[in-house]
Design a protein around this ligand. Sequence first.
Ligand code: CMP
Length: 139
Amino acid sequence: PRLDLGLDTNELMRRLPLFVELGDDMRARVRQLLRPVFVLPRSVIFRAGDKGDGVYFISSGAVEVRIEDRRIRLGRGDFFGEMALLDHRPRSAEIAALGYCQLLFLDAGDFRRLIGGDETLLHKFETIARTRAAQNRSA
Ligand code: CMP
């Protein structure tokens, strides 16, 4: 039998609404840029204050956003790490895996090129980032 530690990128992308909505050409382009990352329960993916090196999309599992004394859960279909890149700031929070997670990583350069060439996509990331920033300010 074949030992499959991870699902292929295509399969992982199918779980992310953001990618499912893309046209075929764009989806094929993005697929080349995504790197599957498997993380173990409780591992810290990055810490507040770190330099933003890319964006992570959650194909399975859940993570916890730790911002001051607050804990926000993100799960399948969600993404994180967009704020540092959009705002040119360090990471605003620590992210830790709540269980086994299958993530897709898009590095900062590729993320910038991608949103630079697709206004719809840029708008989607900006809308979520703005909502999150507002939530953090009011908490
Ligand atoms: P970034 O600042 O790069 O790194 C921490 C990430 O946590 C941030 O991007 C967002 O993706 C995420 N994040 C920050 N605040 C919230 C929030 N209120 N709700 C959900 N996710 C958040």
